[in-house]
Design a protein around this ligand. Structure first.
Ligand SMILES: N[C@@H](CCC(=O)N[C@@H](CS)C(=O)NCC(=O)O)C(=O)O
Length: 222
């Protein structure tokens, strides 16, 4: 099983990596070069992910899986212990609900905010890639709106999480790993946890203390 990753910290690959580590799943890691846009060129786009994004997984029978939640759910199916999505339909639904909320309200606008502003110089020409394969960019004015949305939803989440240990209460799940990786991305790229979001700040420190947290330096895309 080959796990396609970047050499630098990127939130979606890191989610899948932590998830696999927590389950003791051994992955053969293959690093693609973001700077030469290897992830958006052949042979990767035909053989593995036509969207050219990471993470991606290629199974021993050649099956290719991308989209971070699909990869994590696959890991959960082949290695149910410890359960990180859930052991019952109710637990699974609760985890998926929070992952979706965190994705749509915090992670996606944060990532797009970065791509639209700080990442703009890098992604603008997108290295002579065919237009269909190039990263699509929103107008520069959208960056502030996207970042404000992510920030306000961090505060919303902080309010809702009061009194909980993890996103799903006592259960440590994919939702925690997902949230942690995007909070880490925000810390690295000028979208930190708002000062008033004390639960999130405490959660972030608790997640940082876990064995597979990220402790590197921010990427040169800063
Ligand atoms: N919808 C995808 C998003 C994956 C994604 O955006 N990956 C980023 C890294 S966090 C990436 O590949 N960026 C490089 C690029 O878009 O060329 C998922 O859920 O896995």
């Amino acid at each position: 099983m080959i796990f396609y990753d970047f050499a630098m910290f990127a939130p979606n690959p890191w989610i899948a990596w932590i998830f696999a580590q927590e389950k003791g799943i051994v992955l053969e890691r293959q690093v693609l070069d973001l700077f030469t846009r290897e992830n958006r060129r052949e042979p990767f786009i035909s053989a593995v992910n036509p969207l050219g994004e990471l993470p991606a997984l290629q199974l021993d029978d050649g099956t290719a899986i991308s989209e971070v939640t699909a990869i994590c759910e696959y890991f959960e199916d082949i290695q149910p212990d410890p359960p990180l999505v859930g052991s019952t339909p109710e637990e699974k639904a609760e985890t998926r609900m929070w992952v979706r909320r965190i994705d749509q309200n915090v992670a996606w606008p944060m990532g797009e905010g970065f791509t639209t502003e700080e990442g703009r110089a890098f992604f603008t020409s997108d290295h002579d890639l065919d237009g269909v394969l190039a990263k699509s960019l929103l107008p520069l004015e959208a960056a502030a709106i996207l970042k404000a949305k992510s920030r306000s939803k961090m505060i919303w989440l902080d309010n809702v999480m009061q009194g909980r240990q993890f996103v799903c209460g006592d259960r440590y799940t994919l939702a925690d790993i997902y949230l942690y990786c995007f909070l880490q991305f925000g810390e690295n790229h000028g979208q930190p946890i708002p000062d008033e979001a004390l639960w999130l700040k405490d959660f972030f420190q608790r997640m940082k203390a876990r064995p597979h947290a990220w402790h590197g330096t921010p990427s040169s895309l800063d």
